[in-house]
Each structure stands twice: as C-alpha cells, then as structure tokens.
Design a protein around this ligand. Structure first.
Ligand SMILES: *Cc1c(COP(=O)(O)O)cnc(C)c1O
Length: 367
C-alpha cells in the first residue's frame, strides 16, 4: 500500500476534508447528552437542506445507503402495496431486488441506460395498472451519471394520488430538491456522498403523516424506520448502537457545507469539476456516454479508448500511481470507465486528474 493519500474520484466513499476526518479523533458515548445534541443538530441541518421541517421527519439509520433504501421501502410500503420501479441502471435494478426480497409486489419499467424515464411513461403506466400504490425512482443513476426528471415525475405521481419513494443518494445536497415544491413519501440519501462525510449511515426524509401511520409495516426489527423515529423522539437516542464517529464526521461536514455556501455553492463546485473533466477528456478525444443535457454533475461515464492496448486494470493502476482513484464502468454492452466529480476536490484537482489520465493513456500507447 502506498502511504500518500490518493484523491478518490469515486462517488462514495469519496475524498473528505482533513477537518471532517479530524472530527473522528474523539470517542462519544451513545447515551451522552452532547452526542444526542449532535444527532438532533444533524437531523435539523439535513431537514433544512430540503426545507422539510414542516412536512418530513429525518430518520437516520446505521449502515450504507442501501440499508436506508431497504428500510424506507419496508417501512413505508404496506405489505399489500405494489411498487412501480423505474429502472435505467444498476441502482434501479437494486430497488426491484429489494422489493422482491421483502416480498412486496412490484413491476418494473426499464429504459436504456442513456434514456431518462419520462413523466409521460409514468402517467401511462399508472393509468394502465391501478394496483400500483407506490413509485420508486432513482434521481441520479450513479451507474452512468444520468439524471431522471424528478420534478415532472413527482407531479404525475401526485396527480394519480400515488406515493413516491426517491433514491437521491448521489444527488442530495448538490442538486436542488425542495420538499415544499415536491411531493414524496420518502427521499433517501447517505453520509458519504455529496455531503462529503464518511460512509456508515443513511437517512430517510419520511413524510410525517405517512410514517406515523406506518407502524407494523416493517418485516424487520432493525430496519423499522417507524420504530427508530419514535424511539428517537422519546429518548433523543438512536435505537441501537449509533455509528458515533460517522455522526461526528457528518456533523462537521455539514458545518463546512454551510460555510461553503450551502447547496448552491456545492452544486457550483461540482458543476465546475464536471466541466473541467468533460473539457479535458474531450480534448484528449475521449467522449462521455451520457448526452450533456441529461448528465448530472456527479459522475461521468467515459467510453474507453478504442485501442487494443487499453486494459482497465493497467489504466487504473497507472492513474492510482499518480494519485487518483477512478471507478470501473458498470455497463454490460460497452467498455467504459467512470470518474466522479464529487468529494472535497475543486477544479484544480480535477485538472490534475485529467492530466494523470492523459499521461497514463500515453504511457499505455492507448491514445
Ligand atoms: C451510493 C448509492 C446507493 C447506496 O449504495 P451503498 O453501496 O449501499 O452505499 C444507492 N443508490 C444510489 C443511486 C447510489 O449512488
């Protein structure tokens, strides 16, 4: 293992600030008043990002992001509900798998990996199948970087009187989402993505009325958000051992988020990172898989160079030796690799990554 810390251009875990990592240098008791105040402050700060104080609870949950998605579906979809899952990548497929494992009825609607789901599709599907009670959607499909039209889909779902569950894991905190303008039962995200905390906890913004009525829906003790929320309301504590260091790091990351200028500033930095990346790669003759107008400034999928000398593993190791960690592609049909735009990195850092990628490909004689 090399000792110099590389810059992670991966969409979680990602590069965190020194200050965020230093916040983990202390041990906290889970019963302690100071720790519980930190949890309360964290929940308030998270709710403020979506203006959700009046309409939603913020329910934190131990585990990676998928744990929180699974908990949201298990807690909010009644056992006799039916979920329409919108799929255009691996995370959408994971939503369907969760429904299947939990034994919730579901159907899927799948578009190509470079095609967003449209509100018209959803309108037609909800008209055709009256049994559907919930729609589940990935906001930014991190397997490619495609952005789905959340606002328009939420309007259609609401107009049919159905409920919406949003996996906003890789967009929350960077792309605007306002609970006063958008109707949803649950919006799910996690500590280690655009908020630039460390991985280890997810959180669900759950509609207050819906969650209050969700007692007994969950098939699971540990993943029951209703129970987690009512225990927290009564005691100020997490129901089971909290990820104390992760909470402390996320709290510190949220202070820096506010200092940077909140969502608009975070969005602008990532958009600039994305532009630096796209411009630099395009100058090298490398094209992105997703068209610019539906590309989220979160992660970019690039076509691999069309050269017999290109091998991802070799490429990866060479770029890593220059200080940057990339991500493999997640497409089955075409050879790609991915570069994240999120984390504690600015456009200078991204230019460094572009230069390292160029050098590595020239060494390989792949461009
Ligand atoms: C990161 C991510 C998740 C959660 O993945 P974990 O590996 O469980 O943290 C879920 N959905 C999307 C869209 C993501 O980007």
């Amino acid at each position: 293992m090399s000792t110099a810390a590389p810059i992670l251009l991966t969409p979680g875990p990602l590069t965190t600030s020194t200050r965020t990592r230093q916040a983990m240098m202390m041990d906290w008791g889970s019963w302690d008043g100071d720790f519980n105040e930190m949890t309360a402050s964290l929940r308030e700060r998270l709710l403020a990002i979506i203006n959700g104080q009046d309409s939603h609870y913020c329910v934190p949950l131990q585990g990676s992001g998928t744990f929180a998605v699974e908990a949201a579906i298990g807690t909010l979809v009644p056992r006799n509900g039916k979920v329409l899952v919108l799929v255009n990548g691996a995370y959408g497929q994971r939503l369907a798998k969760i429904c299947s494992v939990l034994g919730r009825a579901y159907s899927t609607f799948e578009t190509a990996e470079d095609q967003p789901t449209t509100a018209d599709d959803v309108d037609r599907l909800l008209t055709e199948d009256r049994d559907i009670t919930h729609v589940a959607l990935i906001h930014c499909e991190t397997s490619t970087g495609i952005l789905n039209p959340l606002q328009a889909i939420s309007k259609v779902v609401a107009s049919h009187g159905k409920r919406l569950i949003i996996d906003a894991m890789s967009s929350f905190g960077a792309l605007p989402i306002d609970a006063r303008e958008l109707q949803f039962d649950a919006l799910v995200a996690a500590s280690g993505k655009c908020l630039e905390g460390v991985p280890g906890m997810g959180f669900v913004f759950a509609n207050k009325q819906t969650l209050d009525q969700a007692q007994g829906n969950s098939h699971s003790l540990a993943m029951d958000l209703h129970d987690q929320n009512s225990y927290m309301a009564k005691t100020g504590q997490w129901r089971f051992t909290p990820p104390t260091h992760v909470v402390a790091a996320l709290h510190e990351a949220l202070l820096q988020y506010a200092e940077e200028g909140g969502l608009p500033a975070r969005h602008q930095r990532y958009a600039q990172n994305c532009k630096t990346l796209l411009d630099g790669m395009s100058a090298m003759g490398l094209s992105s898989f997703i068209p610019a107008d539906i590309q989220a400034p979160i992660i970019v999928t690039f076509h691999a160079p069309d050269s017999p000398n290109y091998r991802f593993k070799d490429f990866y190791e060479r770029v890593k030796a220059k200080g940057f960690i990339l991500y493999p592609g997640k497409l089955t049909q075409v050879e790609t690799f991915r570069v994240g735009c999120i984390g504690c990195v600015d456009s200078r850092g991204m230019q460094g990554a572009v230069d390292a990628i160029g050098q590595a490909l020239r060494e390989m004689q792949a461009i």
